[in-house]
Structures are given as structure tokens and as C-alpha cells.
Design a protein around this ligand. Structure first.
Ligand code: PLP
Length: 422
């Protein structure tokens, strides 16, 4: 019973957990199918001249109580709308976090700006405002904060840095639907632009899709132009005012996304309720730190930070043991900080030129050595463990996860000679 499954014991769990790749692990149903059928019957699948995309934009803006929402094709595209609206010059700098999806970084590089990575809080993996402040230079134009796993990044502190240095603050909310900031505002509404993803694994989905929200009319206009080739269609003139992409969401995506938006509150509520149950069960397990403030968390993932010396092992050792027990976890969330990916570390950029990291246009030749952000590296290599999460989990699923944590804790701490339950 107590022998770990990886050592031949009986696993805590023998049936798989639902994931976003299972029909029952998604909230897609007949209403989405009917909405799709309606679009097909209309004969208008593209956004230009359609009704679904403008309706989705209006409904999303209302949901977040902001005046403007611009739909696009992905979370990466939504971030690119924000960067495109900012329009940095080649070599300008944008500060962001090394623990995120690469979609946070692509728009910076695509716009020929230089990503600058600030270290994170070792207990949360969220940007450390002091580290951000120390990296601001005369070339800095923006900060992209990521609400990692659905936890609120320290937006008030970052907004103060942005205000002081006249920077744009972009909130990456791809993992953070309905995340609440300490002042009660929703993540995505406190910076200049909030960016969301509707990709398959997100809280709500239309396969792929994105949304950028803002309270700034000028930014909204620029983002709308950027999403549509710089073409001011409302004027009726075929002309192109500024650089843009074709990031138009289709009517098919919007039709599905509108129905999904109606389910968002239930999805987040269910994720929170189950997360509270697991956090309660893990609280007091020595060396194991579940997330706090779950009432404000979107729980895209359930992140646990380990103290390996007390918990009996590193994140990789814990992940191996928990996976053998049938629990869906990953060590570190990423295999390395984003600056360690070959695209940046080996400068696989623009024909091998290294542009825009080279000097000029950058103010200096930018390299991203190992050790650049020690807290982020420690989280990824040793301390951060993420439990994959889903709104369809039952109490019994959560109890299995908790039982596996207790079992692994007892076994690993016994190995290092630390009595469990201390
Ligand atoms: C934090 C974060 N930023 C950006 C993205 C990019 O979103 P998408 O995959 O929709 O382009 C994702 C999603 O994968 C994400 O999790």
C-alpha cells in the first residue's frame, strides 16, 4: 500500500484523468454545434462583413467591463496586436518573464524589438517588480507581465514602474481568465492592454483564437488596424496606413467562442472549488507549498512549489513518483527558461543574422547566458511542480491527487530520513 508505484507498488490511481483533449474534459456541446451550423448556413465564414466577430468583441468587452475588445487568431496574435500598436523601433527593449509560453516572446522578436528577461519571485514564478525596475533603460518601451498558471502577477507594482518610465504595460492573460488582482479588478483590465488566448487548452476555446482588450481608444484603433493589414476598412478606401498582419478571427471561431464565453464563469468556479480542496489537503505537508489566494486564481494549472530538502526530492523526482501513481503532473512547467530555447540561445533569427539582438539596432549585443534569472532556473530545475487541472475533475479525483501527494511525501521523506508529518 505504501510502496511507491515506481518501485512496484500499487498506484493510487489506475484510470486516466480527463484533460482538455477529451470531449468530457471540455465544455463544448450542442450549443456550439448549433452556432457553427448557423454560420455555415449564412454563407459568411470570414470576419469581413460578418456578425459573429463583432458580437463576440462586444460581449467580451462587456464581460470585462472595458470599452474595447479586438478579436484575432491566437493569444500570440493578441500580444502582437499590443506590441504592434506600440510600434517599437528596431532594437527597442521589452521586459518580460522567462517562465511563459514562447507566444509571449514571439511578438517582441517579430517586431524587431529585444526581449529582456527579468527574474521572478521564487515562491510564485511571477515577475519580480524589483528585477524589472533594475532592467529599465532608455530603450525600454514596454513590460509584458504574465499571470502564470492563472495567479495574479504584481500588476500594481509593475504599473507604477510603467507610469514612472512612460512604458506600456501589457498583461498576458492567456492562462488567466477571471483572475482577480488584489484591488478587485480583473487581470487584463489594469494594464494598457490585456491579451487572452482561446487555444485548445485554455479555459474556453474555439480551437485557436485570441482577444486583446483595452480602455484606450487610440490603442484599440491601432490594434484593429494591425489585425487587418493596416487597412482602415470603415473609411471604404482600399489603402494601408501602417504595418499590419492578417490576424482576423473567422466567424466560425467567434460563433463557438461566444457560446464558450457564457460558460466561463462556471469553468473558473469549478476549477477554484477543486483547487481549494486540494490546497486544503496539501496544507501542512512539510516542504510542499500549494498556491494561496485561490479565490482570485484562475487555476489553469495547479502550481506547487517544493522545498526539496524538506519534501524529500526535487520536482523531477516528485513528478516521476506522482506520474507512476497515475497523477498528471509536470516538473518545472517548462524544460528550461524561454531564453534557453535555441531560437534565442543560438540566435536562430532572421537568416542566422541574430537580428534584432545584435548591436545595432540593439544598444548592445544581447546574449542570454545560463544563470541569467536564477530564481526562474531554480523553479524550473528543482522546485516547481504543476498538477494539470480541469474543470471536470470530481472531488474523488482531487482526493486521489491528495492521496498520491501524501504517499509520495511519506516515501521520499523516509528515504532521506526525515520523518513525515513533521
Ligand atoms: C502565458 C501564455 N502566453 C501566450 C500564449 C500564446 O497563446 P496561443 O497559443 O493562443 O498563441 C499562451 C498559450 O499557449 C500562454 O500560455
Amino acid at each position: 500500500m505504501n510502496q511507491l508505484a515506481m518501485h512496484g507498488g500499487t498506484p493510487v490511481r489506475s484510470t486516466p484523468f480527463l484533460s482538455a483533449m477529451d470531449p468530457a474534459g471540455r465544455t463544448l456541446g450542442e450549443a456550439e454545434a448549433a452556432a457553427l451550423a448557423e454560420v455555415i448556413a449564412s454563407g459568411r465564414l470570414g470576419a469581413t462583413g460578418g456578425t459573429q466577430v463583432p458580437a463576440f468583441e462586444r460581449e467580451f468587452a462587456d464581460y470585462y467591463a472595458v470599452p474595447h475588445a479586438v478579436a484575432c487568431t491566437s493569444g500570440t496574435a493578441a500580444l502582437h496586436l499590443a506590441v504592434g500598436a506600440l510600434d517599437p523601433a528596431p532594437g527597442d527593449e521589452i521586459i518580460t518573464t522567462p517562465i511563459t509560453d514562447f507566444g509571449t516572446v514571439i511578438p517582441i522578436l517579430a517586431h524587431n524589438a529585444v526581449p529582456v528577461f527579468a527574474d521572478v519571485d521564487p515562491r510564485t514564478g511571477l515577475l519580480d517588480p524589483a528585477a524589472v525596475a533594475a532592467l529599465v533603460t532608455e530603450r525600454t518601451k514596454a513590460i509584458i507581465a504574465v499571470h502564470l498558471a492563472g495567479a495574479p502577477a504584481p500588476i500594481a507594482e509593475l504599473a507604477e514602474i510603467a507610469r514612472k518610465h512612460d512604458l506600456m504595460l501589457i498583461e498576458d492573460c492567456a492562462q488567466a481568465y477571471l483572475t482577480e488582482l488584489p484591488d478587485g479588478r480583473l487581470a487584463g483590465t489594469a494594464g494598457h492592454v490585456g491579451c487572452f488566448s482561446l487555444q485548445q487548452y485554455k479555459h474556453i476555446t474555439c480551437g485557436d483564437g485570441g482577444m486583446a482588450i483595452t480602455s484606450d481608444q487610440e490603442l484599440a484603433t491601432r490594434m484593429r488596424l494591425f489585425a487587418d493589414k493596416g487597412w482602415p476598412r470603415h473609411t471604404g478606401e482600399r489603402t494601408h496606413l501602417s504595418l499590419g498582419m492578417n490576424y482576423r478571427m473567422t466567424e466560425l471561431q467567434a460563433a463557438v467562442a461566444r457560446v464558450q464565453l457564457g460558460k466561463l464563469a462556471g469553468v473558473v468556479a469549478s476549477r477554484r472549488e477543486n483547487a481549494r480542496r486540494l490546497a486544503d489537503a496539501l496544507t501542512g505537508l512539510p516542504g510542499v507549498h500549494p498556491p494561496t489566494g485561490i479565490d482570485r486564481h484562475a487555476v489553469w494549472l495547479f502550481p506547487v512549489v517544493l522545498d526539496p530538502a524538506i519534501a524529500g526530492g526535487t520536482n523531477a523526482e516528485w513528478a516521476g513518483a506522482l506520474e507512476a501513481e497515475g497523477i498528471p503532473v509536470s516538473a518545472g512547467y517548462l524544460s528550461r527558461p524561454v531564453y534557453g530555447y535555441p531560437v534565442l540561445a543560438e540566435r536562430n533569427l532572421y537568416g542566422g543574422s541574430g537580428f534584432p539582438l545584435t548591436s545595432p539596432p540593439a544598444s548592445r549585443d544581447r546574449h542570454y547566458p545560463d544563470g541569467l534569472c536564477p530564481n526562474a532556473e531554480e523553479l524550473i530545475r528543482r522546485t516547481l511542480l504543476v498538477v494539470h487541472w480541469n474543470e471536470a475533475y470530481t472531488e474523488s479525483d482531487v482526493d486521489d491527487i491528495a492521496a498520491a501527494f501524501r504517499k509520495v511525501h511519506a516515501a521520499l521523506t523516509a528515504t532521506v530520513g526525515t520523518p513525515s508529518g513533521v
